[in-house]
Design a protein around this ligand. Structure first.
Ligand code: PMP
Length: 394
């Protein structure tokens, strides 16, 4: 007789044999360092790009000054009921002002944002044209929407243009969907070019996820759209607070009509408890200081250039143009071995495997933060160079 759970056991066994089994790592954090399996290592796998999550001085300053309802640890309700605190509407006004857009709307997480916006704004008369490598949360949003979706080859804008040419007469609304800094390859979409492209066709809107760029890029830290001077041309300019901003939640800046529509139709906004006021007040505190964090952005840019150039000069391909730097290995078991070897050298790097990345492109993903020091990167580069010389000898 078969056990009810046989299917699950067998599937897990297959994943284990392929080297693709996932587990929740047991880790302890001490500032920039992480302790796992008895080893204390430099954390090269976090999204704390500006080093704010480990900045206890900044956090204490915030906690010393926070008062009133901003101290609450729960909103106890959806924003459409009693959970709409002034911390949240204040943050939205702040964001709209900084981006110089009509409106902003805050969500509980980037996952809520990406699984909620497209299903709300699209219907069977909508076409979604999404970059092949957009994040899983965007894919899930597309799956939940009634729209037809075509995924164009990664950053193949000639193909995108052909699709727009072919379909613009057939659909009253078309969404182009992309990330700005891609989460697994660290390469960057030419947003200004996409704005120019979408303006050539009626009914085309641009949806951009800046999760990995907000705080990190642009003169005042507003992301790649600021860097490429096209904020006003992106219909839905989205980002998250859980990475460089060291908080939790997400936002879109957009026109007021879109904000109103989302408040009426977006299920992941309507049917979930709003973020705790304390978290939102912290996000606002960080966003207010973002423009003044140029030093951190420059330091991050410098060490990122160092690592990218070292990888390239060792003969490896590196498509990254940011602080997210993949080191492609290929097979999952090899990626696991390499990650383990680097961990033994004091660098906490994790293998990224399918289904997060395409089959055969398992990799190490270096995710740099502004508080890393040059000698640490030099040592990492030395380990990688030795590896390139000696095969698996990291
Ligand atoms: N968008 C992108 C591009 C992401 O990489 C992620 C998370 N890694 C998300 C959205 C989800 O954001 P959150 O963690 O806030 O749910």
């Amino acid at each position: 007789m078969t056990d009810t759970y046989d299917y699950y056991k067998e599937t897990l066994q297959t994943l284990r044999e392929r080297g693709d089994l996932r587990r929740l790592p047991d880790v302890e954090h001490t500032g920039r360092r992480i302790t796992a399996s008895g080893r204390t290592m430099l954390n090269l796998s976090s999204n704390d790009y500006l080093g704010l999550a480990t900045d206890t001085v900044l956090q204490q300053e915030f906690l010393d000054g926070v008062g009133g309802e901003d101290r609450l640890l729960s909103s106890s309700s959806s924003r459409l009921l009693t959970g709409n605190f002034t911390a949240c509407t204040g943050l939205e006004h702040l964001l709209a002002g900084l981006f110089r857009r009509e409106a902003a709307l805050v969500f509980s997480s980037g996952y809520h944002m990406n699984t909620g916006i497209l299903p709300a704004l699209t219907d069977a008369h909508t076409l979604i044209l999404a970059d092949k490598l957009v994040h899983a949360s965007i894919i899930d949003g597309i799956r939940l929407s009634a729209a037809r979706c075509i995924r164009f080859r990664h950053q193949d804008y000639a193909q995108l243009e052909r699709l727009l040419e072919q379909y613009h007469g057939q659909y009253p609304r078309i969404f182009i969907v992309t990330e700005s800094i891609f989460s697994m390859d660290g390469d960057i979409a030419p947003l200004a070019r996409l704005v120019e492209l979408k303006r050539r066709y009626p009914g085309v809107m641009l949806y951009v996820d800046e999760a990995h760029a907000i705080g990190v890029r642009g003169r005042t830290g507003l992301g790649i759209a600021e860097e490429q001077d096209c904020i006003g041309g992106v219909d839905l300019l989205c980002g998250t607070f859980g990475k460089a901003l060291a908080s939790v939640g997400a936002y879109v800046v957009c026109d007021e009509v879109i904000r109103q529509f989302l408040i009426n139709r977006m299920r992941t906004l309507i049917f979930t408890t709003a973020l705790p006021p304390l978290n939102v007040a912290w996000t606002r505190y960080v966003v207010e200081r973002l423009a003044g964090m140029t030093d951190r952005r420059e330091r991050l840019a410098d060490i990122s250039t160092l690592l990218r150039e070292a990888i390239r000069s060792s003969g490896m391909d590196c498509v990254s143009d940011s602080h997210i730097i993949p080191y492609i290995i290929g097979a999952s078991p090899d990626a696991m071995l390499k990650a383990d070897a680097l961990q033994r050298h004091g660098f906490y790097v994790l293998p990224v495997r399918p289904p997060t990345v395409p089959e055969g492109t398992s990799r190490l993903r270096f995710s740099l933060t502004a508080d890393m020091e040059r000698p640490e990167i030099d040592e990492l580069v030395r380990c990688l160079r030795d590896d390139a010389k000696n095969g698996d000898g990291i």
